[in-house]
Every structure is written in C-alpha cells, then in structure tokens.
Design a protein around this ligand. Sequence first.
Ligand SMILES: [Zn+2]
Ligand SMILES: [Zn+2]
Length: 268
Amino acid sequence: MHNYICTTCGVQYTATEAAPAHCPICEDDRQYVNPNSQSWTTLAAMRANYHNVLREVEPGLIGIVTEPKFAIGQRPLLVQTAHGNVLWDCISYIDEATIDAVNALGGIDAIAISHPHFYDSMVEWSRAFGDAPIYLHAANREWVMRPDPAIVYWEDDTYALNDEITLVRCGGHFPGSSVLHWSQGAGGKGVILTGDTIMVVADTRYVTFMYSYPNDIPLNARAVQGIVDAIDPFAFDRVYSAWWEKVVSTDGKAAVRRSAARYIAHIR
Ligand SMILES: [Zn+2]
Ligand SMILES: [Zn+2]
C-alpha cells in the first residue's frame, strides 16, 4: 500500500495498492490534468531527487520550498509566535533533514491550509510533528483526499488559532478559501498570508482574485468584494501569497482595496 502523490497538483491520497485512476483535484476546472496523462509518485520515490530549502522572509516568518520545483511549486510559511509555531499551507515533500531544520526553529504546533491545492502531504507533516492538528475550512471538506483524525474542520467566518493568529474565510477561489492574519508580523503592523485566495501580481502594489489561476477564470464582483470585506476588520501592512516574489511589502491593506476596485471596474 502506498500513499500516492499526484505529480501535477502535488496532493497525496489515502493509501492504496495501485495508483488511483483519477485525481479529482486536477479534473476540477480550477486545475488541469497532465497533458501527458495522469501520473503519480510517492514520498519514497521523491527522496532520490528532491530536497527542501528554508529561508526567512521576515523575522518570525520562514518560507519552505521544494527544489527542484515539484507540482505547483508553492512556498508555505512557518509562523513563529509566542504561543507556538504554525505552518501555513503545505507541500508534498518532507524528509528527515526538513524535520530537523523545522525542529531547530521550534517545530510545528498547528497546521492551517488556505485551500485544497495546498493540502499536499499535510498528514505526513502532521505525523512528523507530533500529530499536529490540521485546520481546514469545512466548506472545502469534499476535496480532502486523505482524511485523517488530525484534521480539524473549522466553520463560520473566522477562527482564532492563538492570540496572534486568526484564520479568515474569504471564499472566492474555493468556497472555504482562507487567509491567515498574523497581528505581530511586519514589526507589529500585521501581515496576511493568502495562499491563492489573494494573489500578488507582477506590479507588487497590486493583487488579484481568481477562480482559476492556470485556466484564467475570473471571479465575479460580488465574490471579489466579499474577499475584501472579510479581511477589512484586520490591520495589516504586508501581503504574502504562496511564492517568494509574490509579496506586497508595505501598505498592503490599501493595495487589496485598490486592486479590488480596479478589478471590479474592469469586469463590470
Ligand atoms: Zn492532481
Ligand atoms: Zn489554488
């Protein structure tokens, strides 16, 4: 029995004898099936070719990425707070070197993930750090391909993980798409970690909001306004999407507001 990993989206599945016939995540219109046909790997097979790199993006915030690039290639973030460490979003690959490096930073007390494209090997990460609870929004439950007792489904619009961190459901990309607000980030001005819920664009004074990024399917005005309204009660100066370069480094809240106004003006 193997926990197969889809090589296109990076999501790991419940253990099976043979590789699954389909990847529902990739067959959904927000993703795509590998044009050369659906393919699978396992963590054991990946160990020959991959490693993870950790790099600080600001004090208390450490990016973790797999090299060479695997699947979507996102960069999760480890948030170090006075009340414990939280891993925001996840990747497929994990090995002993990664576990040692993360433990040297205080380990992981909780995992929270923005949306199904980044569920990846979340159960492996949980097991590696003492069965750390995995917080997922209940509205995305149907997209969990490896159910596990460590998963905690939160509901409603916000969920306070600790005194510094609140998960905020914004919707849009997925019904349960969420962001993480860290009040102590950016020197106490606050940051939001957005996954694909809010995407920083090439002009890093702006962000965008999409139903599908690889397939260029926009959201409607109501969904975009809903995202802005969901995070408006929170103070933040920086916006971190799921890649190294995708950062609004200052004036983040105004960037989100003006980006939404621009977007809505274009689609009306
Ligand atoms: Zn897939
Ligand atoms: Zn996505």
